[in-house]
Structures are given as C-alpha cells and as structure tokens.
Design a protein around this ligand. Structure first.
Ligand code: FAD
Ligand code: FMN
Length: 752
C-alpha cells in the first residue's frame, strides 16, 4: 500500500510507524514542512491510562517515551494564599521536541520516508497514493481545501492564552490564579523534564487588552508574566518559543474522510489544553485507523469504520473539554468560593472526575471536602451533624434549610404528572406513587404539576387545586408523607396556557384533544404546533382571573398542609410563555423587554407570596433557555432570577426548554446543571438542579462543588422509588427505616 502522510506531528509519524510495522511492504512517506528539530511549545502530557494503550501497540516507542518522562501524581491549586493538594492523578509530562525526535527516529528505523522541509501546497500531486493522511494539524490546509466535503466547524473560544516555558521544576500539576489591576490570570503549569516546565498563562480577552498584551511582543509578554508571577517563580525565568497569544479553536468535522483523503489528529478534532488530550487523541486516531485498515478489504470501508469508531470517543472527550474550557473562561465566577470548594470545583469541572472518583484517588482530600460541606450545612441549618461524632456525611446527606423548612438531605423527587386524576381529583395511584417515594428516603417530594383551574390543565387527567375535594385528596397524601416518613412535601402550581387541552402523555404528548376541548389563553395568539388550538391573547380580566386562581389554589395548598410551594414558570406553560420572547410578542407593558415579560409572572408571584405563610418557602421552576434561536438568553435567565429573589423567592428550580416545539436541546449527563450553577453564582440565589442526574456520585459532586443546593431527580425515581436509600447503602451511610421495615437494617441486598 502507498501511503502519504501530510504533516510530521504525532499523528502522521505514529501512523507511519504503525503501518510500516504492520507490513514492511507498505510504502509510507511523511511530508513535514518544518525541519526535524523545529518545534513549538514545550511539554505534552499523557495520563497513565493512555500510556497503557501505547505500550500494547508499539513497545519500542512506549519504552523510549517512558524513559524521557517526568511523572507526577499531585495537583496543586494555589488559591488566595492557600495550596490545596489533591493526589492520585497519575500523569506524565515530556518534551514535545523529545516526543517528536523519538517518533522520527522510530519511523526512520522502520523505513518510513520522512521528508522534512517539504511543504505541501497542492495535495493533487499526492492523490495517486492509495491513502492520503491529512495530519497537518489544527490549521489543516487540506481540511480547508476540501471544506465542502469535510464541513469543518471551528469554534474560536473567547479566552486568550500563551504557551511559555520555565526552568522552575514544578513538583505537581500546578494552577495559579493571580489577580492584578487588569484582571485575573490563570496558569496551568507542569514539569516535563528535569529543569523544564510548561507554563501556560490564560486570561479573558478583556484582561488581555487592558494589560496591553494585544500589542505586546514576545519579550514584553514574558516580562509582564514574570512580574505577575514573580513570587511563584522564585527567581526562575520564563522562556519563549513562538510564544504568541492565541485563542483556542474547538475543531469538529461533519465528515472525516473524502475519497482516499482522511483527517487525523488536530486536523479533525481538538481538545482543550486544560484536559491535555490532544497528543493522546492524535496517536489513538493512528491506532484506530491502522486497525480499521487491517480488518477491511477496501480503503473506503476502513475509513468508514475508523470514523465510526473514533467519532463517539472524540465527541465524548470534546464534551469534557468543553465544560473544562468553560470553567477557565468563567473562573472569575468562582473566585468568591472558599478555597476547599474552589479546588473541588476545579478538579471536578469536566464531570469526568466525580466526588467518588476523587475519593478513590485521594480519600483524605474528599474527607476534607465532606467536612467543609458538613460545616456549612451545620451553619446554615443550626443542626448538629454526624461530623460531631466522627466522619462527615456524604454531601448529598447534609441537611438544608429554607425559611422554617428543614430538609434532611439534598435529594428531591421531581414533580411528575401522572395523568391519572379525575376532574383534577387525585386518587390512590397518587397516594402510592408519592407515598412510596417519600419512604424512599429523599428529603423533599414534589407533587406533580397541579393546575389552578379546570381550564388550566394540560390534559383531562391532570391534577388540580380548584375544588374542595382537591384539598381533601391532597391532604391525605400530605398527611401520609408527614406521618410515615421524614420527607417534606411540596406542591407545584401551574397553568398550562397554550399547551392545555391536550392528550394524556402516553396517547400523544402535547397533541390537541380530538374532542371535548376547552379554550386556551396565552400572552400571544401563537399555537404550540401549527395544528394546535390558537390561544386567546390574555386581556386584563383574564390576567386578574388567573392571578386570583393561583391565589385561591395557594390557600388550598396551605390548607392541605404542604411544606413548600413552587410556581411553574417553565416548559412552555402559561407563565413561561410570558417570559420567553418566542411566545410573547405583546406590544403592551407585558411584552418586549425582559422587565416587561416578567411583569405578569411577578404579579402572580407577589400575590401568591402574600397568601403563602411567611415561614414557608417558595420556589419557582424556570426554563433557563429555550434552546432555540431568538429565545431566552442565559443573561436574561440570571436577570429573571435576581428579580425573583428580590420578590421573595427562596430557591430557583432550574430546568430548560420545552417552550417551543422546534427547540434543539443538548441532552447528556447533567445537561442542565451548568445553568443552575450560573444562576446560583451570578444571581446569588439557592438553586435546585434537574436533568439527567444519574448517580449518587453526580449528586455528591454537585452539592460539594456548589453547582446547586438540591438535586432533583425525575425518571431515576420512577425507576427506583428507593433511589436515596440505595445511594445511602452504596455509600455505607445509614438512614432510618420506618418501624414497619426495621428488619431491613440487618438485611444485605444482593442483585448479582
Ligand atoms: C504549543 C503546544 C503545546 C501543546 N501541549 C500539549 C500537551 O501538553 N498535551 C497534549 O496532549 N497536547 C498538547 N498540544 C496539542 C498537541 O500538540 C496536538 O494535539 C498534537 O500535536 C496533535 O498532533 P497532530 O499530529 O495532529 O498535529 P501537529 O502536532 O500540529 O502536527 C501537524 C504537523 O503538520 C505540519 N504541517 C502542517 N501543514 C503542513 C503542510 N502543508 N505541509 C507539510 N507539513 C505541514 C506541521 O508543521 C506540524 O508539524 C499542544 C499543542 C501546541 C501547539
Ligand atoms: C412522567 C414525567 C412527568 C413530568 N411531569 C412534570 C411536571 O409535572 N412538572 C414539571 O415541572 N416537570 C415535569 N417533568 C419533568 C421532570 O420533572 C424533569 O424536569 C425531567 O424529567 C428531567 O429530569 P430527569 O432527567 O431526572 O428525568 C416530568 C417528567 C416525566 C418523566
């Protein structure tokens, strides 16, 4: 086979090595525009896991690489005069120059024809090879040449960074956060050889410009950074090597190959330097492509297989890289956290490392985090905690207070419509459904979306709070929860707005009823689907009526004994449609600016707050984004959160979307938690987070990192009403069983 690799970086060289090794008859040419020992940047990082992969593929390269390593286990986070160390991270650093030298030597020894100082301007001269590897790096000319086929997407990130070196021999992967009059400068530093370390300085574009670094020469950049990090560098100098300020592009491609040309390494994908995976990904691409060629008869089938195998792996790493780079773009937001929480937030930023992973790597560090969370919970609730007589509880099992409501732990059963009520009256199904979840150990159980009038329902099966029978029926559930469990119970009050008069969920979600419809109201006459009923735009009389319905239902909720009241401002129901600019096109004082769009929902909130007892808390569920062009922005959501907080809202339940049918949500693990964190830190209001919280590791991480105050789980609780009890059991933490079930305390469940 005749193979041409354009680019002699890790991807091109390693692929050349592997193909020559696979079959010495393969003719492999690597064309590299630079000289053999030109390289830019300083060190590269490999995790221990990556090295194991490399060992299995080419022992010689692995051997040579590992001989040149600086290995470390610790991460040191320098923050506000403290150094927080977390151990057990297992990384190795080496010089990029040395890595390339090893790969070049190995390639040449196997007979790869490596031609330096050969710039490929025009690929057509090489297209007669069987396979053309575009390993020409992040600015790949070949990718651009065939852009209409590869459909590349480059997301240039806003922060600026510069790659510097230093002789300071860091003993750990080190982070600094130094602030001066121009802003906050973050440093990512690690040792890669005896007296050589990489020193990456990163800041926002604003700080970069304020500091005049947009005009600075390399020498001036070095001088500025040496002055800023004088104390930490302890007399060591910073070194430059084409150290220009850059912004980072996240590179993605819709297609990875075209004809016999295939993209490898940075040309096809990048992963931010804060997760240090670029070189690993490039080398793993080479392994995957070699394997695909070995197991397929045609090049085309092999290229398809390569893309099919690598794409999900790369996308997963890019998702982790995205949250990691965003953490560094928004570090200013975390600067008011206390050092322990700041460090935990930094270490768990990509969601790959959780509270539980960290516990395996570094139990002492996690114990310190748990103690800190418990101390804060103790201050917040005034309770004595287990910390007083031994180990601190896992973060999810710390209590939380809202006004006079004391929650035993941070797990909440999310409101979930059961579509099983009769003219709003709930029945035995609801008693068993909510009762069993209350016995399941969560701190708070939320009743389903409960509608303030018959016309406010989504479907004929929805629960209501508009007839005296409703109080009686709900009171039965509330009393059961209060008498038989230690959970508290909340009611979610709502009006369905333009999403009303639709079928039961399992008969067609949001689909209009075929008969017995009731009239709909909304801020503007925009139907949900084209074939949905067009709602009547609300006039003042409608607004007064709905507000009064909410107030009446609030009085009934109090009568039924609920502990917390949540108003539904999310998911495209009535009050949410006032807030979203996509569903509110009013020209009066209730449409237009955010202030105007919030006016009516706040009128309802104020009227309800006046009726709901002062000592009981209120929450509001919001859709933080519409996930649609022209929809609610995150800045607007933060602003709306501030308004709600000023009006006496105690906690925001941060959900997202479902406001318009053409939304394009980005699902995934904890997909809405970043919104909760944003609101909590920027608007300064406690939050609940909801959406694909899958494990107790997630729940502990969220609470310890301050991404939310409460974790709300919906489907997890449908699957397992005892989710919290199971989480406790897994963590060796005990929560009380009801008297009737006390024998379980001496029972060990086994599923395998
Ligand atoms: C300064 C710096 C430091 C880094 N540090 C780390 C790190 O610590 N850990 C990590 O995992 N990753 C790191 N990375 C990222 C890592 O270097 C890349 O992800 C990795 O090198 C990708 O390998 P590659 O072979 O795809 O691309 P590259 O290493 O960029 O190689 C592409 C090669 O193609 C050559 N080329 C481009 N166009 C042509 C042409 N037209 N004709 C001929 N040759 C051409 C270039 O000269 C270059 O040598 C760093 C990157 C930089 C720039
Ligand atoms: C069956 C079902 C019914 C739901 N009903 C409601 C509801 O009444 N009110 C509400 O705000 N959200 C409702 N939701 C949304 C959930 O509360 C939650 O926000 C969503 O399912 C994401 O959480 P999860 O990933 O833990 O399931 C419902 C979800 C499900 C699965």
């Amino acid at each position: 086979m005749r193979i041409v690799c354009i680019g002699g970086g890790p991807a091109g060289l390693y692929f050349g090595i592997l193909m020559k090794k696979a079959d010495p008859d393969n003719e492999v040419v690597v064309l590299e525009r630079n000289r053999a020992d030109d390289t830019f940047g300083f060190g590269v990082v490999f995790s221990d896991a990556t090295l194991d992969n490399l060992a299995a593929v080419d022992a010689e390269t692995y051997q040579a690489i590992t001989e040149s390593f600086a290995h470390w286990d610790d991460i040191d986070i320098h923050f506000k005069g403290q150094v927080l160390t977390s151990t057990g991270h297992g990384f190795s650093g080496m010089s990029r120059k040395e890595l390339l030298r090893i790969l070049q030597r190995r390639a040449q020894s196997l007979g790869v024809d490596v031609r330096f100082e050969t710039n490929v301007d025009d690929i057509t001269a090489w297209l007669d090879a069987d396979l053309v590897i575009a390993a020409d790096g992040v600015n790949s000319g070949i990718r651009e040449r065939y852009a209409e086929h590869f459909e590349p997407e480059l997301d240039w990130r806003p922060n600026r960074f510069v790659w510097l070196g230093t002789t300071f021999p860091f003993g750990a992967f080190t982070f600094y956060f130094n602030k001066n009059e121009h802003g906050l400068f973050r440093v990512h530093a690690y040792r890669y050889a005896e007296n050589s370390s990489t020193f990456i300085v990163e800041c926002t574009e604003d700080s970069w410009k304020k500091a005049g670094l947009d005009q600075a020469s390399e020498d001036e950049t070095v001088a500025y950074c040496e002055e800023l990090f004088k104390e930490q560098l302890a007399g060591h100098r910073l070194l430059e090597n084409r150290s220009v300020w850059r912004s980072f592009p996240t590179v993605k491609n819709a297609h990875w190959h075209h004809g016999n040309v295939v993209l490898l390494g940075d040309a096809v994908h990048t992963a931010h330097f804060s997760i240090g995976s670029g070189t690993k990904l490039a080398m793993e691409d080479a392994i995957s492509l070699r394997d695909a060629l070995a197991s397929h008869d045609s090049v085309e089938a092999a290229l398809d297989a390569y893309e099919a195998e690598r794409r999900p792996v790369v996308e997963s790493i890019q998702r982790a890289a995205q949250v990691s780079l965003e953490w560094f773009e928004n570090t200013e937001r975390y600067m008011d956290l206390e050092p322990t929480q700041f460090a935990f937030s930094l270490l768990t930023r990509s969601m790959r490392v959780t509270h539980e992973n960290l516990e395996v790597r570094d139990p002492a560090f996690v114990e310190r985090v748990n103690e800190w969370v418990a101390k804060k919970a103790k201050e917040q609730t005034g309770l004595r905690l287990h910390i007083d007589n031994g180990r601190a509880p896992p973060p999810m099992f710390t209590p939380f207070r809202l006004r006079n409501l004391l929650l035993e732990n941070r797990v909440v059963v999310s409101p979930m419509c059961q579509y099983s009520a009769d003219d709003g009256t709930i029945n035995d199904w609801h008693l068993v459904h909510l009762g069993s979840r209350a016995l399941g150990g969560s701190g708070l159980v939320m009743g389903e979306m409960t509608d303030v009038s018959r016309e406010a329902r989504i479907t004929p099966g929805c629960a209501g709070m508009y007839k005296p029978e409703h109080v009686t029926a709900w009171r039965r559930v509330v009393d059961f929860v209060h008498t038989e469990s230690s959970a508290k119970i909340g009611m979610q009050l709502a009006h369905a707005g333009r999403k009303g008069s639709t079928k039961l969920m399992w008969e067609g979600i949001d689909e209009p009823l075929l008969r017995d419809n009731w009239p709909l109201i909304a801020p503007s006459p925009i139907p949900y689907f084209e074939h949905s009923q067009t709602p009547k735009p609300m006039d003042r009389a409608d607004m007064d009526q709905v507000r009064d319905d909410f107030v009446r239902a609030t009085g009934m909720a109090e009568e039924a004994g609920f502990d917390l009241l949540e108003l539904h401002f999310a998911h495209g129901y009535l009050l949410s449609t006032f807030i979203s600019p996509l569903t509110n096109t009013r020209q009066d004082e209730y449409g237009g600016s955010l202030e105007n769009r919030m006016r009516y929902p706040l009128e309802v909130f104020d009227a309800v707050r006046k009726t709901w007892p002062r000592e009981k808390p209120m929450s509001v569920r919001v859709s933080a984004t519409d996930w649609a062009p022209g929809g609610l922005s995150l800045e607007d959501c933060v602003e709306a959160a501030r308004m709600l907080e000023q009006h006496g809202c105690d906690i925001l339940d941060v959900s997202a979307g479902q406001t318009v049918p053409y939304a394009k949500p980005r699902y995934g693990r904890l997909f809405q938690t970043p919104f909760s964190e944003l609101v909590r830190l920027e608007a300064g209001i406690p939050t609940m987070t909801v959406g694909n919280i899958q494990s107790y590791a997630d729940a502990n991480s969220i609470i310890a990192a301050g991404r939310a105050d409460l974790c709300v789980l919906a489907r997890a609780h449908l699957y397992d009403p005892y989710w919290t009890r199971h989480a406790a059991n897994e963590q060796g933490y005990e929560i009380d069983w009801p008297d009737q079930y006390k024998t379980v305390q001496r029972y060990t469940p086994r599923f395998k």
